[in-house]
Design a protein around this ligand. Structure first.
Ligand code: ATP
Length: 367
């Protein structure tokens, strides 16, 4: 449905200089919900603006289906857009706000109003059609903006941080609503967000951007479970992945990760190519992926508990090696029933399929 081919955007027009978007390739299927996720300044909004036609790429090509749209005006792209600010017309009623893009296309008033009524039903604001935006809550305004974007039955819906003005609770409801409406209408949707939870919850696939480049483009599970590099691994997850510097060594004939505080024997099924022996790595351990076991577990790593924080849903336990040689504490999550106190000695179990190893190249590739 949408293809971005080697898109570069330099705001001064010079390809060589600071690029907001730097060689971006992306394919989005018809009906798919895709998020562009990344830290501030990574090029998300710039990419969305190019899809909308509000910005022109410095080089590269954008296709909607077979059609190259680089030079197609925004109004001719058959897209609907919802901005962070909603940009509703304050002097118009909800009905007229929703009908506005239809009237712009010369649809007659009765028909435009009928369509406004139809679409307002779908987003559940049909009881608010006579109000002005100032008489609506944030969540209601958000729905009006959605209805207006959807009124023309666009093929593509572009959402720029559409939930950032809503409080945490409402955000969850609106998020489900957006997803439901999107599924019902089957409209191909791209959302820009810096909220990872939102992106992972709502999308079929997420493109993680950094410095104008896609780091990984995959379904949420895969991004979380198989991050391709250190950036993706450390960007996703809350609390974040623990990253422990170490070296791959042979110890007692077994491949082992030697860190400053402990040794971890690499399980058989995860053996590395011999070329990695002697090389420095970062061991990545997600707080959710470790468990505490008894002292009789030969694979477990003895640790000392430094701090226990109660999160409500469970406990965040910070541990370090008994000799305090580790540079930073390791954080893990347990359930509320696990009885741990600071000062305790515990035994840390790392599941064979749940640790990550990153090499020391610039990108920190997952081995
Ligand atoms: P945020 O989450 O903060 O909105 P973003 O990922 O959407 O960030 P962009 O707005 O796409 O990032 O900006 C990407 C880069 O381009 C940034 O370094 C930004 O400073 C730069 N940039 C954005 N707009 C312009 C502009 N009009 N002129 C020059 N540079 C710009």
């Amino acid at each position: 449905m949408i293809t971005l081919k080697n898109i570069v955007k330099a705001y001064d027009g010079k390809k060589e200089s600071g690029r907001a978007v730097d060689g971006l390739n992306l394919e989005i299927r018809k009906g798919e919900f895709v998020a562009l996720l990344g830290p501030s300044g990574c090029g998300k909004t710039t990419t969305l603006m190019m899809l909308a036609g509000l910005l022109k790429p410095t080089s590269g090509e954008i296709y909607f289906g077979e059609r190259m749209v680089n030079h197609v005006e925004p109004k001719d792209r058959n897209i609907g857009m919802v901005f962070q600010s909603y940009a509703l017309y304050p002097h118009l009623t909800v009905r007229d706000n929703i009908a506005f893009p239809l009237r712009e296309r010369k649809m007659r008033k009765p028909e435009a109003y009928e369509r406004a009524r139809e679409i307002s039903k779908i987003v559940q604001i049909d009881h608010l059609l006579d109000r002005k935006p100032a008489q609506l809550s944030g969540g209601q305004q958000q729905r009006v903006a959605m209805a207006r974007a959807l009124a023309k039955s666009p093929e593509i819906l572009l959402l720029d941080e559409p939930m950032s003005n809503l409080d945490a609770r409402l955000k969850l409801d609106v998020r489900d609503e957006i997803r439901k409406i999107q599924r019902d209408l089957g409209v191909t949707t791209i959302i820009v967000t810096h909220d990872q939870e939102e992106a992972l919850a709502i999308s079929d696939r997420v493109a993680i951007l950094n410095d104008g480049r896609i780091q990984q483009y995959a379904p949420p599970n895969e991004l979380f479970g198989q991050p391709v590099n250190l950036f993706v691994a450390s960007f996703l997850g809350n609390p974040p992945m623990n990253l422990v510097p170490g070296t791959i060594v042979m110890s007692g004939g077994e491949q082992t990760i030697a860190t400053s505080g402990f040794q971890y024997r690499i399980p058989r099924e995860r053996q590395l190519d011999a070329a990695h022996i002697g090389k420095p790595v970062k061991l990545g351990l997600r707080p959710h992926d470790m468990t505490l076991t008894g002292a009789d577990d030969p694979e477990a790593i003895p640790m000392r508990v430094d701090l226990v924080e109660h999160l409500g849903s469970g406990k965040l336990v910070k541990v370090t090696d008994p000799n305090k040689k580790l540079e930073s504490m390791i954080r893990l999550l347990t359930d509320n029933e696990t009885d741990v106190q600071s000062g305790d000695t515990v035994h840390l179990r790392v599941r064979a399929d749940k640790f990550h190893l990153f090499d020391m190249t610039d990108n920190g590739l997952n081995l």
